[in-house]
Design a protein around this ligand. Structure first.
Ligand code: ADP
Length: 447
């Protein structure tokens, strides 16, 4: 097992990884920007190294500085968390060249799934159902029109290098194609430095359902069921639940089995998430994330499995501590992403947290790096905490969620807690009756 793990991240996820390491008797190294010198992840880690100034490009994305931090501290592995360098194949390769283990899949698989066109081709070849659309990149406008005629409007133009919902444009008709193509191309070039595009049929009212998978180097593969992440704003997840209110056990076993078999064929290593759109009883692959996800705690709540601990064991060459037959799904869990944002306009609200009190009690988990007096810097994402609530049934989970939101106190900055207070009393949400566009419609009606 590793003796010392460097955590190449910040905020709640750095803390989450530190906790797993600590329980396993592994010493931790925090890295931080000058803006994060007083951050909780720095305070809790066994050692810390400042890796640069506030902008992420010069600190959390600064590969040479992170490698130096590994060398100075003698860390034998790096956990990248999510975001930042977690899906950077070159980072994984450089670490390997320095004899440091990257806690994640191989660089080859990160690269393969990072190109969404290649990912889709690979998924299809592994027996995973995909969204109808172009078979590869769209190279000419004529080709784009042809694909659109075949699949039928509306279509979605997407960036091959996409992420965070950027570089995606809908064309409802032939007339809208030209502007969708040029806008998506320009956005993709600006955001990712790569303007390759592909196209998909635009699904009208699907749910976003993703399957958590885990594989070790000894041929063991298991799926940990699904998460429903349909409540989104601008293609970004806001609230997730496990299991999906839309699936039954048979559908869960079937899609989980398809994903597990595909990953076995691929020889995938570590944890990953295969994302689908689900409409009229059918699954359509959209992408695979080759890292730990923000919303992993709801799966942990329902399965009782510590996903980060398994990730570290697997990276160290051990077998995962369970097999598929040991996985059972108990009760229901919901996660709310509490952001320091205006709950109506979603503009970030950095500043000092004057008062901070997190809810507790049976079935309640808060993953947060915030504290009273903490100054939220304006440089990074606005997530200040994840409220994860578990109950024996969805109804019990909702009861607990309502009272937990009521207990949560964050004073001094605006947060999205009022939005969740509204959502938990909304009949469609209570009935589990929503799709990926539902939240945007709800927000429009309540603005
Ligand atoms: P990103 O990598 O930018 O997050 P994804 O391909 O994962 O992009 O898609 C993000 C979200 O965009 C999905 O959860 C869904 O809400 C929406 N989306 C993606 N593809 C389609 C599609 N073919 N039809 C309708 N909505 C889609």
């Amino acid at each position: 097992m590793f003796e010392k793990v460097l955590i190449a991240n910040r905020g709640e996820i750095a803390l989450r990884i530190h906790r797993a390491c600590r329980e396993m008797g592994i010493s931790t190294v925090a890295v931080h920007s000058t803006a994060d010198a007083n951050a909780m992840h720095v305070r809790l880690a066994n050692e810390s190294v400042c890796i640069g100034p506030a902008p992420a490009n010069e600190s959390y994305l600064n590969i040479p500085a992170i490698i130096s931090a590994c060398e100075i501290t003698g860390a034998d592995a790096v956990h990248p968390g999510y975001g930042f360098l977690s899906e950077n194949a070159r980072f994984a390769e450089i670490l390997e060249a320095h004899g440091i283990t990257f806690i994640g899949p191989t660089s080859e698989h990160i690269r393969l799934m990072g190109d969404k066109i290649q990912a889709k081709i690979t998924a299809k070849s592994l027996g995973i159902p995909v969204v109808p659309g172009s078979d590869g990149a769209i190279t000419t406008d004529e080709q784009a029109y042809k694909v659109a005629e075949e699949t039928g409007y509306p279509v979605l133009v997407k960036a091959a290098a996409g992420g965070g919902g950027r570089g995606m444009k809908v064309a409802n008709s032939r007339e809208e194609m030209s502007s969708a193509l040029s806008t998506a191309r320009a956005e993709a070039k600006a955001a990712f430095g790569d303007d390759s595009l592909y196209m998909e049929k635009y699904l009208g009212q699907p749910r976003h359902i993703e399957v958590q998978v885990i594989c070790d180097a000894h041929g063991n593969v298991a799926h940990l069921g699904e998460r429903d992440c349909s409540l989104q704003r601008r293609h970004q997840k806001v609230l997730e639940e496990c299991p999906s209110p839309a699936l039954n056990a048979e559908q869960r076993d079937k899609i989980g089995g398809i994903v597990a078999n595909a990953m076995r064929k691929l020889g995938y290593l570590g944890v990953g998430t295969v994302e689908f759109l689900f409409e009229n009883g059918e699954f359509f692959f959209i992408e695979m994330n080759t890292r730990l996800q923000v919303e992993h705690p709801i799966t942990e709540a329902v399965t009782g499995i510590d996903i980060v601990r398994e990730q570290i064991r697997i990276a160290a060459g051990l077998e995962m501590s369970f097999s598929q037959k040991d996985v059972s799904f108990v009760g229901h869990a919901i996660e709310c992403r509490i952001n320091a944002e205006d709950p109506k306009t979603f503009t970030p609200s950095p500043g000092t947290i004057k008062d901070f009190h997190t809810p507790g009690g049976l079935g309640v988990r808060v993953d947060s790096a915030a504290y009273q007096g903490y100054k939220i810097p304006p440089y990074y994402d606005s997530l200040i905490g994840k409220l994860v609530v578990h109950g024996r049934s969805r109804n019990e989970c909702l009861m607990r969620l309502r009272r937990s939101l009521h207990e949560f106190v964050v004073d001094g900055v605006k947060t999205t807690i009022p939005l969740f207070n509204d959502l938990v009393n909304e009949p469609d949400f209570i009935n589990g009756d929503y799709h990926i566009h539902w939240l945007e419609n709800f927000l429009k009606e309540h603005s």
